[in-house]
Design a protein. Structure first.
Lengths: 208, 254, 463
């Protein structure tokens, strides 16, 4: 008998998927669905969560994508960082004027800055939601010292559940809720353990 | 439950109080009488069976559960000056006898009317009258009482009615003192290390008196405090409420 | 009371550095969790729901495994099944060999520790880079994890500093925790990005989508799993959840219970290998579903233990763990959850101390985010140990004698009188040394009993 058969034999007969699905869905319904926060303004909640010590992200607001290069340049200047960054192979960056900023051909692997577009933002936790695609490689978001994330106000959702992929499941669906941190030495929090030490969110658009 | 229904109450004094500190039992009698209860001390009582229960000897623990259920089921209420012994009767007897058709319901019935004494007095609305104790005290929440029976506010409410008594907070008041019944015998070194931290917290509270609702925990903490040379004296809470805190504290010649 | 356990406990209690290290991390975790849960008024209801979700999955585990296998396979992953630890390791080693792997990057997984994967890789001659900072420390020190969230909890900063100075290419100059972390970052960067295979555990396996969820705060999982050609997941079969929404509910509890944060910094759901046009990601993804005693646990009274989401709150809040640290437990998993799991995984006879070395104070159950009745499960092991005659004969005889007497009130009262007299021979107030109670009086004074028992005085009419 294969290991698979032996394990499944011990666990008993396989049930009707429809019945199981209904039962499972029932476990998540009801008024008492316990979620941690209430219903204040999405943008306010999101920005407040970005400021939590475990997230500790900075942010800037811009009206439209056209202002993005300026906002990025401004952030890097204030931080005293080099005016250079790696941009993803996303059509949205191509139409913008990046003059004054050096576009790096390769993603920096231990310093520097990378920019990424978040698919959504979650007000509940201050999480930024990403999905892999040919236009959105994953590794750069974990390599550079500065992670600059562009998020449309319209893409804000209230709960983590609302951020789940709507259609086909992407190869990787991931939530970034802060920077690479560790408390592995005496419980002391250190930023930049392996990946980004700084997270900067550029929020695009005004609240509707 | 109202104050003017005199109940026929059984006092289950516990084996530790019986052998080590009878004053706790007499304090319980005094407070219960003051609260209008007709108290009986069933003569056949010995122990709730907790040593067997916690050692894994389920057969013996179940036997004690049957004996005690039979002994106690005729009373209106069973009152116990210990959270852990009351917890054994209230929470564990029904578990032990759940599969016994003859005894399950009887165990549930006894469990339903078994009370830790401070919770019982508080629920009756009783408060100590004219008891004065000019002292600063701190309170340790014994684990079984706290987590099995939800005893937290009751002792503080009762002690709040003692004139002159100032209750100060204890850091880690809900942290186990390391007694653990048979644990302190089986693993004395770990027990001792836990007790040491508890004693340090009691000393840091600045209180002159340490109060709790379980004699085992009190003996453990007081014994550690004394070994450390601390001046803190320890009493069972019911002794204070019955106006008996003018007598010898735990470890002072009774 | 076994000698091996006693020796480990004595060594731990004598180690002041250990006490300091455990207190610093567990104390911080306790405070942060307290603040997070305090700010979530419906925590109690949320954890009941979490328990219900896990119970539903455990009751229907076979169905969910089959569903997960189908959806993970559809995503392009290969699903393997292992009944035992050895089988699981053999599958992983085989995949590594077929991939021609010289080095693997491993992202911390307690299941990997449980099945002995680090050792199996070493035995197969495959280089291993532990990428979690704490696991890196442990690997350098040649030790085992002492905590499931903070594997290097037993190490003080001074000890870590000495280790890094001895073993890192470019160790830190400034003596600070920040500088030490930077030293590890420099050391690990190249090794991590050059690995042929990335190995992780799973925090959740999503049945309906085939996704594998990992959570880290360091981002080391993603750095370990995206660059290599092959990603291998080893996961216990109890990690299943019906859907992402169910996982979300559990994630809220997991992060708060472990570190007090609303969510881990990096929460990733992987589904299969690299797709057409993707610029990164592994070419192969393998998922090894490991039983290793879990299906038996479900049917032998430990089903509730399979709810565990490995947050570590029970150990952070355990008075025994806080004194002796994780290594004294001797198994992969320490603390209360370990004391339930280790006898199931490694046998009761060699581990009967674990369920006994507990004060039954109930704090672990109070903080557990999935409401596992840990004291009840520990008591279950004590009962099995008693039934199987594993408890020491002195305890059995002593308890037997006590029970015999306590069933006979007259005999019992005589015994109490005798005991009182004997104890009072040793002293009248505080007793500093009591024969047969050296364990107590070694560190505490013992209060002498009153001259006469309550029952005797009551019988004589005293009120």
């Amino acid at each position: 008998m294969s290991a698979r058969d032996a394990i499944l034999a011990r666990l008993g007969p396989v049930g009707d998927p429809a019945v199981l699905a209904a039962e499972a869905a029932g476990l998540l319904t009801g008024e008492e669905r316990e979620r941690p926060v209430g219903g204040e303004d999405l943008v306010a909640r999101f920005l407040a969560q970005l400021g939590q010590p475990s997230v500790a992200a900075t942010h800037a607001r811009i009206g439209s994508l056209a202002e993005l290069p300026g906002a990025v340049a401004g952030y890097l200047a204030v931080e005293g960082a080099e005016p250079a960054l790696w941009l993803p192979p996303d059509a949205r960056v191509d139409g913008l004027d990046w003059a004054g900023l050096t576009r790096l051909a390769d993603c920096p692997i231990d310093d520097g800055a990378v920019l990424a577009f978040a698919r959504a933002g979650v007000a509940e936790t201050g999480s930024l939601v990403f999905e892999t695609s040919p236009e959105a490689p994953m590794l750069p978001n974990f390599l550079a010292l500065r992670h600059i994330v562009v998020l449309e106000v319209a893409a804000l959702v209230r709960w983590l559940e609302d951020a789940a992929p709507g259609g086909a499941v992407p190869r990787a669906h991931y939530w970034v809720t802060g920077v690479s941190g560790t408390t592995d030495i005496e419980g002391t929090y250190v930023r930049g353990a392996h990946g980004p030490r700084f997270l900067h969110v550029v929020l695009v658009g005004s609240p509707s | 439950m109202s104050q003017d229904t005199p109940s026929r109450v059984a006092l289950f004094v516990t084996c530790l109080v019986d052998a080590m500190r009878p004053r706790v039992g007499f304090a319980a009698l005094r407070a219960l009488a003051d609260a209008g209860c007709a108290v009986v001390v069933p003569a056949a009582q010995t122990c709730c069976g907790q040593p067997a229960l916690n050692s894994g000897d389920r057969a013996t623990a179940t036997d004690f559960a049957r004996r005690n259920v039979a002994m106690l089921e005729g009373y209106d209420a069973i009152v116990v000056p210990s959270g852990s012994c009351a917890g054994t009767i209230r929470c564990h007897y029904p578990e032990l006898l759940a599969d016994d058709p003859e005894w399950a319901a009887r165990a549930e019935a006894v469990a339903g009317k078994t009370w830790e004494i401070l919770a019982y007095l508080d629920a009756r609305g009783w408060r100590p009258q004219g008891v004065t104790l000019p002292a600063t005290a701190t309170y340790h929440d014994s684990c079984s009482g706290l987590r099995e029976l939800g005893i937290k506010a009751q002792p503080r409410r009762l002690l709040g009615a003692v004139d002159g008594l100032d209750l100060v907070p204890l850091a880690g008041e809900e942290t186990c003192c390391g007694f653990g019944g048979t644990f302190c015998v089986k693993y004395p070194a770990i027990s001792n290390a836990i007790a040491d931290e508890k004693a340090a917290a009691v000393e840091a509270s600045g209180a002159g008196l340490l109060l709790a609702g379980d004699l085992g925990c009190l003996m453990n903490m007081a014994g550690k405090l004394h070994r450390r040379g601390a001046e803190v004296r320890a009493f069972h809470t019911i002794e204070v409420l019955a106006g008996m805190a003018d007598g010898p504290a735990i470890g002072e010649d009774q | 009371m076994s000698r091996a356990f006693d020796a480990r406990v004595d060594a731990a209690l004598a180690d002041r550095q250990l006490k300091i290290a455990v207190e610093r991390t567990a104390g911080t975790a306790e405070a942060k969790r307290g603040a997070a849960i305090g700010a979530w008024p419906s925590f109690g209801a949320a954890r009941e729901r979490a328990a219900a979700i896990k119970d539903h999955v455990i009751a229907n585990l076979g169905s969910y495994l089959v569903q997960f296998e189908a959806s993970a396979t559809a995503s392009g992953a290969t699903v393997h099944w292992a009944e035992t630890a050895d089988e699981a390791c053999a599958i992983v080693v085989d995949i590594c060999r077929k991939a021609g792997a010289r080095s693997v990057a491993r992202s911390k997984s307690m299941l990997g520790e449980e099945i002995g994967l680090p050792h199996a890789l070493e035995a197969a001659g495959i280089g291993r880079v532990e990428t979690d900072l704490a696991e890196h420390i442990i690997q350098l020190a040649g030790e085992r994890p002492s905590h499931i969230i903070w594997p290097a909890m037993h190490k003080t900063r001074e000890q870590v500093s000495a280790l890094f100075h001895a073993r890192h290419r470019e160790p830190h100059v400034e003596e600070s925790i920040v500088a030490m972390a930077a030293s590890a970052r420099r050391q690990l960067r190249g090794e991590m990005l050059g690995a042929d295979v990335g190995i992780s555990g799973a925090n959740f396996l999503i049945a309906d989508s085939g996704q594998v969820c990992t959570v880290t705060n360091e981002g080391n999982a993603e750095l370990s799993l995206v660059p290599p050609r092959v990603h291998i997941v080893t996961a216990g079969i109890e990690k299943l959840v019906p859907s992402m929404d169910h996982a979300v509910h559990l994630l809220r509890l997991l992060a708060r219970s472990a570190t007090g944060a609303a969510l881990t910094q990096y929460t990733t759901f992987y589904a299969g290998p690299k797709r057409a046009g993707d610029r990164d990601g592994p070419e192969e993804m393998h998922i090894v579903l490991v039983d290793n005693g879990r299906s038996a646990m479900r049917d032998e009274g430990l089903a509730e233990m399979l709810r565990c989401i490995r947050c570590g709150a029970c150990m952070n809040h355990c008075v025994v763990f806080r004194q002796i640290g994780g290594h004294a437990y001797g198994g992969t998993y320490p603390g209360p959850m370990g004391s339930v799991l280790t006898p199931a995984l490694d046998g009761l006879a060699a581990n009967r101390d674990l369920p006994n070395a507990c004060t039954m104070n109930g704090k672990c159950q109070e903080v557990c985010p999935v409401a596992i009745p840990l004291p009840t499960l520990l008591r279950g092991w004590r009962e099995k140990s008693w039934r199987e005659g594993l408890e020491p004969v002195t305890l059995r005889k002593g308890l037997g004698l006590w029970a015999w007497a306590a069933r006979r009130p007259w005999v019992y009262r005589t015994g109490v009188r005798w005991a009182i007299r004997t104890m009072r021979l040793a002293g009248r107030g505080w007793i500093a040394k009591l024969p047969l109670a050296g364990g107590w009086t070694g560190g505490r004074d013992f209060p002498a009993p009153a001259a006469e028992s309550f029952m005797d005085r009551y019988r004589k009419g005293e009120r």
